[in-house]
Design a protein around this ligand. Structure first.
Ligand SMILES: Cc1ncc(COP(=O)(O)O)c(C=O)c1O
Length: 484
């Protein structure tokens, strides 16, 4: 912002400090000054505007009282937020913590709402939500499992569970991820797992290295923790590049989603996984391995649905914290996930979980444990993979049919839930989204997956949650927008 251009008029009745305050409010409101930006020091601004330092101090005090800026000892004065509506009775923004202000990005909320309000075939066709084909879930099996759980555990389902989780689920979950029950903490979905790890390991000012592009929910969590986020190009997956980043930034944590990665669908090869572990061990760097999709590989010529082993299973040095969730294989609404790691860190995470929500709801835990026992889960996954593969093919066919050739670059999915696309005509995907929303179709624009705002010409389409007919309808609408 060009502060020297602020015009203060000594002949007006309004005090100079209020004129200055109004000018800065207008700049914050218009976005010329954005949240997080540092204002000049009082002395510098006073010199630039040829006013007394008291005028600037009073203007900054007024902005602080309105909750628009915040002083940080020894660092200066920073823009906090846009002004509340003029009729807001209380400036809540000014009371909110700095960590909360770092997470103003509404993308996760927007995706979740689009999914829950219209799911699966409501007013919008949502290629945004990262969900399995829940519309094909065998609901009668859920009903049977629920009756069995109630008969077997009776009132126990209503008692608070141990913080680490119901022993039945810890045990079934441990078997599922290749750990011992004491190494497992039951959490409210992968999101809570990542959040607990961030709270437990990271201080403001630390650095995290994560996939670039990478899972946007993790990006939000790390941003809120006040860490610097450095991207490791997951498409190249070059370990020399990663080592350079480690040496340069001395990170506290490496976060990766190595299998059917969100958003690119990439799978890290076994040899890369082994070298990655070796590198992390050399630099004593903990790895947070987020693995929601590994069971969702497609069959294909020369391809097995089973991906390479998890980093957790290959780790010989107890440096991997593994996160698993049933949101992508059973249902996102169950909110059941698992963290598996060395007992020392699980004990620490347990304390954070206790502070956050004491324990996860019991009925869901018994239900998931029940569904993991016997043959249901494996049969379900096999069927789900088939359904997802069908939907992926349907989306690829629809793109070929409805989108002008050469306009999009993409690689067919080999598993997971997404297609990751690049607009070759350099159209901004947020602009495409704006137009698509008006037609009742939504997706996630590419910049949501980058810490540095790159990815403007990319976007992610999730095929798994949308039935084939709606996939064709939605892609036809996108295609006609891209043809004009
Ligand atoms: C890599 C990754 N981790 C975690 C999650 C969130 O999982 P949950 O719904 O279990 O919190 C997602 C969902 O999109 C994801 O893609």
């Amino acid at each position: 912002m060009n502060y020297a251009a602020i015009g203060l008029d000594r002949s007006r009745d309004t005090a100079l400090y209020l004129q200055l305050c109004d000018a800065l409010v207008a700049a914050i409101d218009s976005g010329e000054l954005s949240p997080g930006e540092r204002l000049p020091s009082e002395r510098d601004l006073a010199a630039q505007l040829e006013v007394s330092r008291t005028t600037v101090i009073n203007a900054y005090d007024e902005l602080r009282a309105r909750g628009l800026v915040r002083g940080q000892v020894g660092r200066g004065t920073f823009v906090d937020a846009r002004p509340d509506h003029t009729d807001a009775p209380f400036a809540w923004r000014g009371k909110v913590s700095l960590g909360a202000l770092r997470t103003l990005d509404p993308t996760v909320g927007w995706i979740t709402n689009a999914a829950s309000e219209g799911y699966p075939l409501g007013p919008v066709i949502t290629f945004a939500a990262a969900l399995p084909a829940v519309d094909t879930f065998p609901i009668e099996k859920l009903q049977t499992a629920l009756v069995e759980v109630l008969e077997r555990y009776s009132l126990r389902v209503l008692a608070p569970s141990p913080t680490a989780g119901q022993p039945e689920l810890r045990s079934a979950g441990a078997q599922h991820v290749g750990a011992r029950p004491e190494q497992v903490l039951v959490v409210a979905g992968a999101t809570q797992g990542i959040d607990l790890v961030a709270r437990c390991l990271l201080d403001p000012g630390d650095t995290v290295i994560m996939d670039r592009p990478g899972y946007l929910g993790a990006l939000h969590i790390f941003r809120a923790s006040g860490t610097s986020i450095i991207g490791w190009d997951i498409e190249r997956a070059d370990l020399d590049e990663l080592e350079d980043l480690i040496v340069r930034y001395r990170p506290k944590l490496l976060y990766t989603n190595p299998t059917f990665q969100n958003p690119t669908g990439r799978v890290l090869r076994r040899s890369v996984r082994q070298d990655l572990l070796e590198l992390a061990n050399r630099y004593r760097l903990p790895i947070l391995e987020d693995e929601p999709y590994r069971e969702l590989g497609f069959d294909g010529p020369g391809r097995r649905p089973a991906p390479p082993p998890t980093l957790f299973s290959l780790d010989r040095n107890a440096l991997v914290i593994h996160i698993h969730t049933f949101s992508k294989t059973l249902a996102g609404g169950l909110r059941i996930g698992l963290v598996a790691a060395a007992e020392e860190i699980i004990d620490q995470l347990k304390l954070f979980k206790q502070r956050s929500d004491v324990t996860s709801p019991g009925i869901e835990q018994f239900l998931v444990a029940r569904m993991l026992s016997g043959s249901f889960f494996n049969q379900h996954i096999q069927r789900l993979r088939g359904e997802h593969q069908l939907r992926a093919t349907c989306m690829l066919d629809a793109l070929e049919e409805h989108v002008p050739p050469g306009l999009l670059a993409l690689e067919p999915a080999t598993g997971g839930m997404y297609l990751w696309l690049t607009l070759r005509n350099r159209l901004d995907s947020r602009e495409l989204l704006r137009r698509a929303e008006a037609e009742g179709v939504v997706f996630v624009p590419g910049d949501a997956f980058y810490a540095d705002g790159s990815g403007k010409h990319q976007f992610r389409l999730c095929y798994s949650a949308v039935p084939p007919a709606a996939i064709d309808e939605g892609i036809a609408k996108l295609g006609s927008l891209l043809s004009t």
